[in-house]
Design a protein around this ligand. Structure first.
Ligand code: TPP
Length: 631
């Protein structure tokens, strides 16, 4: 097998890389020795890539049990003088904030870079969150690449900066940059072996005494001044200013790519000054001031919040009070959501009094929609969560009389799709682990609920909540949908999977052992593909007093399908003699492998999708679904 481009030591070679792979490459070039992450779109491929090349690149990579732990692992290595990187999706930083705050206050030794992958327009998240605010709040320098090449080079540079000022440095990417691909010229890989040594003077209370954290604020501010000075002359900040332009544009990070695209499409390179701003915090005020001074109007493009705009407006008061500033605050760009070449093109054209360079967005969207067909939200064919939710519904009807007898507090994972028809059996989901916590508040006020949580999410944030339930005597019921993997973000392993991110077998931590260790007495494990077994266990759980938990186990269907290739088992079929066309399999279960045929007025099974779980055969009242007879 040929080497992954991220681990090739061939400086100058140009390879096609995804933005996230380019970030991973930057870390490899910087000679990182410890990398930790927690999966989450749009960040996951950074970890996937580092895991793949770790051995070759001589680094340790791990999927940690959550983002805070990942950050702590990286910090541990940094205190011993080694370079480390931690990556996460934007909301992951909320989880890691507690340690980030202290890391910036105490400082780092080996370069510590963390990547925040923000998700403008929340393509795969519950919220838009601009983590530049959190970086600022925690005195962390922010670097924002605008292309995959930049992403690699900036990540590499971030380690140098981190060591120079002894601060953690945030590299901020966004979904489009993370997932786009373009040519990247590789740099040399730093192969210097550093001796790992704990920095006693820097971090030991025993040696250096207990730090007066409050006074460290002064030190922090001085560090940020140093960073600002460095950013004033940073090569990644590209200022194009001839001196006779009246109109200027600042594009922060990836938004600069939209801006330059609009400038070129409109052919206004000559009359437009611009700044590709790669360092959004702290703002290089002298550099920005040079742009502001000579122009009359300025457009600021950034995602998601007007973070740079706010600071530039303050700066303009001193530098050029008459400057007209357009951006997200002024309403010239949308206040929320992702930008695009169309949005930037339209805004720039209207500010310059020109015709828009692209077709209007709505017309393009209409055209695209006319080429697509509607698909409903659904779990994959053979997904074990479907059987678990189906059996749970049956149990709730039996015990409570109707489906509104309980609130189903879902959690974050594929099973969140359980809210969609025809399963339609999830009411809420918030953030990782919240199902178990909110169910306890409901229980206290006499409202019955079920916490429905995945295995990955349980390991991430469910355990403290479960301990709380036992200790504080909350009468809650918990279902763990255990597909033995973190499926939603790209099939990463977790502590219950039995293998590490670097592909080594490891001790499998069993959910039932954890539940018992948390003090839960009523713990059952069932097969998610066995509807009767699962339903009976759910009935016992619903009737139990106190905390009760059922773990519905079965490997993720997509993982199972991969493992079966190329010898997939004989799928199931619908017997035309027995099927009466009642549609129960479709309207109550809704596996995408079940298809309706108008001609025959009955269900058939699409054998390209069916993975042979056989669950639909258990619920057909006619017994019409069975295995295809082997020839
Ligand atoms: C704080 C945080 N980190 C990461 C994510 C990304 N994420 C979405 S779902 C999920 C976990 C899903 O795993 P699991 O609970 O096992 O359910 P599955 O998708 O396998 O059904 C993760 C990590 C997130 N939403 N929030």
């Amino acid at each position: 097998m040929s080497a992954h481009p991220v681990s090739i030591d061939d400086p100058g070679k140009v390879v096609l890389l995804m933005g996230n792979e380019a970030i991973a490459r930057g870390a490899v070039e910087a000679g990182v020795s410890v990398a930790a992450s927690y999966p989450g779109t749009p960040a996951s491929e950074i970890g996937d890539t580092l895991g793949r090349v770790a051995e070759k690149a001589g680094l340790h990579f791990e999927w940690s049990s959550n983002e805070k732990v990942a950050f702590e692992v990286a910090f541990g290595a940094s205190m011993c003088g080694q370079r480390s990187i931690v990556s996460m999706k934007h909301v992951g930083l909320n989880v890691a904030l507690d340690i980030l705050n202290l890391v910036s206050l105490r400082g780092v030794k080996g370069g510590l870079v963390f990547v925040s992958a923000d998700d403008p327009s929340q393509h795969s998240s519950g919220q838009e969150q601009d983590n530049r605010w959190l970086a600022k709040e925690n005195c962390v320098p922010v670097l924002e690449p605008s292309t995959p090449q930049d992403a690699k080079d900036i990540t590499r540079y971030a380690f140098e900066l981190s060591e120079k000022v002894r601060l953690p440095v945030m590299v901020r990417t966004v979904t489009r940059l993370s997932h786009m691909r373009s040519d990247v010229a590789l740099g040399p890989i730093n192969r210097q072996q550093r001796k790992a040594e704990f920095d006693w003077e820097g971090f030991s209370y025993r040696v250096a005494g207990f730090p007066k954290l409050f006074y460290r604020e002064k030190e922090l501010n001085e560090k940020l001044d140093l960073v600002r000075d460095e950013f004033e002359k940073l090569d990644f900040n590209e200022l194009k200013l001839n001196g006779d332009e009246k109109f200027g544009i600042i594009g922060a990070g990836f938004s600069f790519s939209y801006a330059i695209d609009a400038i070129r499409k409109l052919g206004v390179e000559d009359k437009t000054a611009y700044l590709n701003l790669a360092s959004s915090h702290p703002l290089p005020e002298r550099l920005v001031g040079r742009l502001l001074k000579g122009i009359d109007e300025l457009l600021i493009a950034e995602e998601v919040d007007p973070f740079v705009e706010l600071h530039v407006r303050a700066l303009a008061k001193d530098v050029n009070p008459d400057l007209k500033i357009y951006g997200r605050m002024s309403g010239h760009l949308p206040r929320e959501g992702e930008l695009s070449p169309i949005i930037l093109g339209d805004t720039l054209a209207s500010l310059l009094g020109m015709n828009r360079p692209c077709e209007p967005r709505l017309e393009l969207e209409d055209k695209a929609h006319s080429m697509l067909f509607d698909r409903m939200l659904t779990l994959c064919a053979g997904c074990p969560h479907r059987g678990t939710l189906f059996a749970l519904k049956e149990a709730v009807i039996e015990v409570k009389g109707n489906l509104r007898g309980v609130v189903v507090n879902g959690d974050i994972g594929c099973y969140g799709l359980g809210h969609a028809p025809p399963i339609s059996f999830e009411d809420t989901y918030f953030c990782m682990g919240a199902s178990i916590g909110v169910s306890q508040g409901m229980a206290q006020v006499g409202v019955d609920s079920i916490a429905f949580i995945g295995d990955g999410t349980f390991f991430h944030a469910g355990i403290p909540a479960l301990i709380n339930a036992v200790y504080n005597q909350h009468d809650i019921k918990v279902v763990v949908a255990d597909n033995q993997i973190i499926a939603m973000t790209g099939f990463q392993p977790h502590p219950g999977s039995g293998r590490t991110a670097m592909g080594k077998p490891t001790k499998r931590i069993m959910l039932e052992d954890i539940a018992k260790a948390c003090g839960v007495d009523h713990v059952e494990v069932v097969d998610a593909y066995d509807l009767d077994e699962a339903k009976e266990a759910f009935v016992r759980m619903l009737k139990a007093k106190g905390v009760a938990i059922v773990i519905a186990r079965r490997i993720c269907a997509t993982e199972a399908m991969r493992a079966m290739r190329p010898n997939r088992p004989v799928p199931y079929t619908v017997n035309p003699e027995l099927c009466v066309g009642c549609r129960i399999c479709m309207t109550t279960f809704g596996c995408p492998a079940l298809i309706w045929t108008d001609e025959e007025e009955r269900a058939v099974i699409d054998n390209t999708q069916c993975m042979g779980c056989g669950v639909c055969s258990q619920l057909c009242p006619q017994g019409a679904i069975g295995k295809v007879e082997a020839a």
